[in-house]
Design a protein around this ligand. Structure first.
Ligand SMILES: Cc1ncc(COP(=O)(O)O)c(CNc2cc3ccccc3n(O)c2=O)c1O
Length: 425
């Protein structure tokens, strides 16, 4: 793969920070090294001494004095080494990516920690997307992605999708505007990037089938596109076996995958990770060096100690418990939807995630209904327009999350929504 053709001028211009290189050199050196180089503050001046975090199972994640001094200090921009190693091993076990054994130039799999997958997404978009570029995605899509992409001045092209995700035949039709043999010409306007949320899509709850992923991947090969696989709901798939990921079929090194611990460990700790070809992950890390420097060392060490004590088996056992919770929530929302909304709306049962995408019958646009009337009835949902490429276009959908409210609250909310719809029809 020729990765340079995908980089924006800004990303290509990024250079390693000399100071960060010295810091990382020092961290790799024997303790006998005396460094007067780094501008790191002296941790003995920090007011925090130790910490002990009690886990639900009664165990403790501890920070003794030496570890606390490390936790409160700067660390490597790609993530603390032990967490990066643990996550790479997890990706290997879950996805067995073909590119893991490749040379760096050929797109060897690499990984960096980010402050939530949101940071990973925004830095990946800024690495790849120039003003005027054509970028493919299946709308409706995550509003945070639109917020990161649209200011870059690109042209977002929608690829039709349904409850099983992006439709390969529709992608083929969209791409038929360009000749695959001409995509490498400097004047070509062919898309170089395709973004999708393959599991438990936000807001649609849609999940791509393996067959569709394979067909989309082959089209990405034909037109030499990168695929951004934004997959924060991968661990919230209700049925096993979990669907193979784009990363697991990535023989070319053209997948950039963003994962998140927000839906399974904590959303406030802000731990995500970007997995992809080393030439591209390196560019994301250079951007991190020049922006946040790194994700909180304390947070990374807290999560790493937990993962180390769990092991992959324990991690997956925890996830089983999370899935069981959301599965019950989903059942509650679907039964309340059947009870209150059957004649008034349409929806598909999601196979993953935490969202129900509901089409209200007889209502052209939900924006006003939700933002004005719903508050009167004391029920809040997200009007579907915020997930569309053109948010001003009328949209008859609303997004309902079954993550926080109790089954009883969900039932009452849908009773209120049913009154709202009847009044508005
Ligand atoms: C498809 C997709 N990709 C990336 C992310 C970012 O997750 P991160 O790892 O935590 O950074 C998300 C998070 N989605 C949301 C977040 C959120 C935060 C506050 C309030 C509301 C929020 N709503 O509604 C959301 O959908 C997502 O759905």
């Amino acid at each position: 793969m020729n990765y340079s053709r995908f980089l924006t001028a800004v990303s290509a211009a990024r250079k390693p920070s000399p100071i960060r290189m010295l810091t990382e050199l020092q961290q790799r050196s024997p303790p006998s090294l005396i460094s007067l180089a780094g501008g790191a503050p002296n941790p003995n001046t920090f007011p925090f001494r130790s910490a002990a975090i009690t886990m639900n199972d009664g165990s403790t994640v501890s920070f003794d004095e030496p570890l606390m001094k490390r936790a409160l200090q700067y660390s490597a921009s790609n993530g603390i080494p032990e967490l990066v190693t643990w996550l790479k091993s997890l990706q290997q076990s879950l996805h067995n990516p073909p590119s893991a054994a490749y040379s760096p130039e050929r797109g060897q799999l690499d990984l960096c920690v980010t402050t939530g997958s949101q940071e990973g997404l925004s830095k990946v978009f800024e690495m790849l997307v120039n003003p005027g570029d054509n970028v493919l995605l299946d709308a409706p899509t995550y509003s945070g992605t639109l917020a990161a992409l649209q200011p870059l001045g690109c042209n977002l092209i929608n690829v039709p999708s349904d409850q099983h995700g992006m439709v390969p035949a529709a992608l083929k039709e969209v791409l038929s505007r360009w000749d695959p043999s001409e995509v490498h010409q400097p004047s070509s306007t062919a898309p170089r990037v395709l973004y999708t949320i393959p599991n438990g899509g936000n807001p649609t709850g849609a999940s791509m089938t393996t067959q569709r992923k394979q067909e989309v991947y082959e089209l990405a090969r034909l037109y030499d596109m990168l695929i951004i696989e934004d997959d924060p709901y991968y661990f919230l798939q209700f049925d096993k076996p979990w669907t193979p990921t784009f990363l697991s079929m990535d023989v070319d090194g053209r997948i950039i995958r963003t994962d998140s611990f927000s839906k399974i460990l904590s959303s406030g700790l802000r731990i995500g990770f970007v997995t992809g070809p080393k030439p591209l992950v390196d560019r994301v890390v250079l951007h991190i060096q020049a922006s946040t420097m790194h994700t909180s060392t304390f947070t990374q060490l807290m999560v790493f100690q937990l993962l180390q004590s769990w092991g992959q088996k324990g991690f997956l056992t925890h996830i089983d418990g999370v899935i069981e919770f959301y599965s019950k929530q989903r059942v509650a929302m679907l039964s309340s939807a059947d009870k209150w909304l059957k004649e008034l709306a349409e929806w598909h049962a999601p196979a993953a995630g935490m969202f129900l995408w509901i089409k209200l019958k007889g209502i052209a646009d939900t924006q006003q209904l939700i933002m004005e009337k719903a508050l009167e009835k004391e029920v809040l949902l997200v009007p579907g327009g915020v997930f569309m490429i053109n948010s001003s276009k009328p949209c008859p959908y609303v997004r309902a999350a079954f993550s926080i409210s109790t089954p009883q609250q969900i039932d009452e909310a849908f009773r209120r929504l049913s009154l709202l719809i009847r009044e508005a029809q």
